[in-house]
Design a protein around this ligand. Structure first.
Ligand code: PLP
Length: 411
């Protein structure tokens, strides 16, 4: 791994992202096997929309969840049939709904009654009955999630409190086919007990909703919330323990009349691809300033905002950074910064690493999700990093320009 990263960086240049196809496949397989095939898998494209990754997971994942017409174009161009796409997002524009509808997107996850009415009218015009899922927003999320969307005002989905009224309104919209329910209310959780408790909250809401629905739900989507370790002291999630904890509840649910033919699905992003990616940057210069060693690297926040602590974190905590390749075994403490003209561009604060010199490579693990596409790539106009996919013994340059201009709307 270490020597491979070194040779990739030397051959393709830095900074770069390196993704492992095997690691992604192993995660998909672990998810299927550990839950005994109880869950279908849905991948949220926003975690990493690189078309090569979307293409790669086509055989391992059932559905891609897109959140814009840009992601729709990317998924289609990566070889996904529209029927296996689902479209989620709190602010879908009319033109985006229209694009999804006419492309034949399998499911549209409706997040409000306003959206449902807009879509119903559109479907009527096209003479289509569109399959939808209703997204619900729970009143409660257990402690232990890095991101929490429950129990407070939220742009995502219909509040659980408003569910009965929403379901009776939805039933009147004849051009929408309510196929099931969707909840995603928190993520980045490493705690088995909290994850299982959260899924029990979902199950209880699903039961109440199903009792109010005219037809049995054909699908229930569990926005999984599975976390990955980013920081030094974090332990990986024990997937097996989670499966043991939740399986009796899933099986009990599947034994109840409205749910005997219902498909269950896990929707996730980071757990599938996050740990399959490394961001690699090269030390340009080591500066001594007022008692601190500062290693200045050729990439930072412009390519990897999350690693600099600016994607949803309140405090900066260092990712588990490592030096790639061999060299001195002496340790030294560094501030690790990128090339941008702003103090925000800090990859690591007071990180202890083997002694660094210009030319040394730094690896940032857990960078396969919310990396390049979640970063301010245009800020200060540095070149984009390449994206490399290691697939078996092959390395492919899968660099992808994140900027996809929409086709001009016809006037
Ligand atoms: C972002 C998102 C996901 C994926 O979240 P992860 O934390 O990457 O697993 C799943 N579903 C929805 C609706 C999302 O917005």
């Amino acid at each position: 791994m270490n020597t491979q990263l070194q040779s990739i960086a030397d051959h393709y240049g830095t900074p770069c992202y390196v993704y492992s196809a095997d690691a992604i496949a192993a995660r998909a397989q672990a998810l299927r096997e550990t839950f005994g095939g109880r869950f279908r898998l849905r991948y949220a494209a926003k975690a990493n929309p690189n078309p090569a990754i979307l293409n790669l997971i086509e055989e391992q994942i059932d559905t891609i969840d897109i959140s814009s017409s840009g992601e729709l174009r990317i998924a289609l161009s990566a070889g996904w049939p529209a029927a296996r796409l689902s479209f989620t997002g709190p602010g879908k524009r009319a033109a985006e709904l229209e694009a999804a509808l006419t492309a034949g997107v399998g499911e549209i996850v409706v997040e409000s009654l306003y959206e449902a009415r807009t879509l119903d009218a559109m479907a009527a015009t096209h003479g289509i009955r569109q399959a939808i899922l209703l997204r619900l927003s729970p009143a409660r999320l257990p402690r232990g999630f890095g991101v929490n969307m429950a129990g407070k005002p939220s742009q995502f989905g219909v509040d659980e409190e408003d569910m009965p009224a929403a379901l009776s309104e939805l039933a009147k919209l004849r051009h929408l086919d309510l196929q099931g329910l969707h909840i995603y209310s928190g993520t980045q959780c490493l705690d088995v007990g909290a994850l299982a408790e959260n899924w029990r909250i979902f199950i209880e809401i699903f039961r109440r909703a199903a009792a109010l629905m005219q037809e049995a739900p054909r699908q229930l989507v569990f926005g999984a919330g599975l976390g990955i370790p980013y920081y030094e002291n974090q332990q990986p999630l024990d997937l097996r323990a989670l499966a043991e904890d939740i399986t009796p509840d899933l099986d009990a649910l599947r034994a109840e009349p409205p749910f005997t033919a219902t498909r269950l699905a896990l929707e996730l992003g980071r757990y599938l691809v996050g740990e399959a990616g490394v961001y690699v940057t090269r030390v340009l210069h080591v500066k001594h300033s007022r008692g601190t060693h500062i290693a200045i690297c050729d990439g930072g926040m412009n390519h990897h905002m999350a690693a600099c602590g600016h994607l949803g974190s309140v405090l900066h905590r260092n990712y588990r950074l490592f030096r790639i390749g061999h060299g001195s075994d002496e340790a030294q403490t560094y501030d690790l910064v990128g090339p941008l003209c702003t103090t925000l561009d800090t990859l690591g604060h007071r990180v202890t690493l083997p002694t660094l010199a210009p030319g040394d490579l730094i690896g940032v693990p857990a960078s396969g999700a919310y990396g390049l596409s979640s970063s301010p790539i245009h800020f200060i106009s540095h070149d984009l990093p390449r994206e490399l996919l290691v697939d078996g013994s092959q390395v492919r340059d899968v660099s992808f320009l994140s900027h996809h201009a929409a086709p001009r709307a016809a006037s």
